[in-house]
Design a protein around this ligand. Structure first.
Ligand SMILES: [Zn+2]
Length: 117
């Protein structure tokens, strides 16, 4: 039984669970709906035909902004409050900054770049 973080925002009976997957040979966590079954081929993910939901957030989805991992508690907050504050890091300015992250049906999450925290 996987660890459950909360109710899926996109389907009636789905729960968001923590899965351990491999991406490019590295183990990472995937936060996915119990109704979203993914098939992996190297770094390419595809929903299986019997999936009824597509919710998923990759743990390393914000690594481009120097956030190594999205934590389980951050996902819990996101599911409960529809938004969560995350700490990012600017390599140019050499300092950290905070942004709101919200749920995004297509990408799992998106960062509200125009809003100050
Ligand atoms: Zn779902």
């Amino acid at each position: 039984m996987s660890k459950l973080l909360g109710k899926c925002p996109y389907c009636d009976d789905g729960k968001i669970e923590v899965r351990a997957i491999q991406v490019e040979g590295k183990p990472i966590k995937l936060y996915a709906c119990t109704n979203a079954k993914w098939h992996y081929e190297s770094d390419f993910a595809e929903l299986t035909p019997d999936s009824t939901c597509s919710f998923r957030i990759f743990q390393n989805q914000l690594r481009r902004w120097n956030k190594k991992a999205i934590g389980e508690n951050e996902v819990r907050t996101l599911l409960k409050e529809q938004q969560v504050k995350v700490r990012l890091y600017s390599a140019n300015a050499k300092k950290e900054y905070f942004k709101w992250v919200i749920l995004d049906k297509e990408y799992g999450i998106s960062v509200l770049w125009d809003e100050d925290v």
